[in-house]
Structures are given as C-alpha cells and as structure tokens.
Write a protein that binds this ligand. Structure first.
Ligand code: SAH
Length: 235
C-alpha cells in the first residue's frame, strides 16, 4: 500500500505552504481570470477552483519551486516543461467539463494538468513516454491522494484501448496529424484538445469535436509545445 498524505513534501514548513497558497490565489486572479494579450479568458468556475486547489509547487523541481506560480512554463528535465498556468487553464476550459467525464491525457509531464483534471472529472487516464517523468508524476499524484487517476508509462500514440472510449482527450505534445487510434477512442460527441502544427516553432491550440463520426476543428490560440515523440516520428 502506498502512503497517502496531504503533505507529500513534509520538508515544506506550514508557513511556506501558506505563502504558496497566497501565490496560488494571486496566480488564478492575475493570470487566469483576468483578460490578457487578447486571449480568451478563463471563466469556468470549476477550472478556477481546481487551479486554486492544486499545489503546483509540488509538481516542479525543488530548485524551481519559488517560480512555481509565475506566468511561464518551467523546465522539468529532459527538455520538457510544465505548461504555463494560463495554458493549463484555457486547455481545461476548452474541454467543457461537467464532472462526469472520463479523460485520456497524452503526455503526463509533471502531472500538474492531470491533477487539475482529477479535481473536476470522474476519471483521468494519463500516459507518459519518459520514464523519469512517469515515475515522479505518479509519486506526487499518489501522495496527494488522488484516487481517480491511472498513470501509465509508454507511447500514447496507441491510446489506452482497455479503458476506451473516452469523453475527452488532451494531447500536451504537438503533432501535425492526430494519431488515428486516439480519434477512434473518442466517444461520439466528445472533444479533443491539442496543439497542431510545426513542432518547437509554433502550433495552434485546437479543439476537435467528433460528431456522427465527422471531425470539426476550432482553432483557439497560437502556442508552443514540445513535439510528440515515439511511433508518430516514424510516420
Ligand atoms: N501538461 C504537462 C506538460 C507536458 S509536456 C505539465 O503541465 O507538466 C509534454 C509531455 O509529453 C512530455 O512529458 C513528453 O515526454 C510527453 N510525450 C511526448 N511524446 C509522447 C508520447 N508519444 N506518448 C506519451 N507522452 C509523450
């Protein structure tokens, strides 16, 4: 049995946790719910509440902790990043979650987005191709007591057929073409959010709706994400 405690980093003193809570509330107020750069505002109360709850500082490397609530992505090792808070907010909002959804996430990274999902949705299935990220994220998510998350180490290209179909799918890595298995594992009426485009340079955050087998694409905002690796690079 894994131990489960609300305070996985018991080396963080209470007063520091209180300080992080202040930073977290300020992050939501100033970066997430305030209009900025002409980008869409996050107004979904479920998303705002989740982001006020999830201790982002526990998902970043210790030496980055003081910047955990800053308005930027942060390195988490192996050339990967934890997404900028606003990007997590807008991507989550675009999935129009009610609370009873089963979500598939490709690219667990730090696990922060996974935790935000777990606060809102019924079940979250997340796949990560870099073993060290998988291990670290799984540990933090377990220690934070999330019971509705399943993590897996592997290539997300093939999705997770055992648990399909999903109501929502998120890719946190950029592709030029959505892997076919992911489309097949999305329920009719379901949504996918992902960065589409020239990886490393600029992508377009895009929502895809599947209806009667047809896909309708809506561009949201330009963004920058790391490229999807693994099987997709062979095609
Ligand atoms: N939302 C995450 C950011 C993840 S960065 C966070 O906030 O921390 C993108 C992640 O996708 C990286 O961890 C990368 O290793 C992972 N990734 C890239 N290609 C993948 C693939 N084929 N399958 C699963 N994960 C993949």
């Amino acid at each position: 049995m894994k131990s489960c405690t609300k305070n996985p980093y018991s080396n963080i003193p209470d007063e520091q946790e209180a300080y992080f809570a202040i930073l977290r509330n300020a992050m939501v107020k100033e970066q997430i719910e305030t209009p900025r750069y002409g980008s869409p505002v996050v107004t979904d109360n479920k998303v705002l509440a989740a982001m006020r709850n999830v201790p982002r500082h526990k998902f970043v490397p210790e030496e980055m902790r003081s910047n955990a609530y800053a308005d930027m992505p942060l390195p988490i090792g192996d050339n990967q990043t934890i997404s900028q808070p606003y990007m997590v907010g807008i991507m989550t909002q675009c999935l129009e979650l009610k609370g009873d959804e089963r979500i598939l996430e490709i690219g667990t990274g730090s696990g922060y987005q996974t935790a935000v999902f777990a606060e809102i949705a019924k079940e979250v299935y997340t796949i990560e191709i870099v073993e060290s990220h998988y291990r670290k994220a799984t540990q933090v998510l377990n220690e934070l007591c999330y019971k509705n998350i399943k993590t897996r180490f592997g290539d997300g290209f093939a999705g997770w057929p055992e648990f399909a179909p999903f109501d929502r799918i998120m890719l946190t890595c950029a592709v030029t073409k959505i892997p076919e298995p992911l489309i097949n594992q999305l329920k009719d009426g379901g949504l996918i959010i992902l960065p589409i485009g020239e990886t490393y340079v600029s992508s377009m955050l895009t929502v895809i709706k599947k209806e009667k087998g047809e896909l309708a694409q809506t561009p949201i905002i330009p963004c920058r994400f790391v490229p999807m690796t693994g099987e997709i690079q062979k095609n």
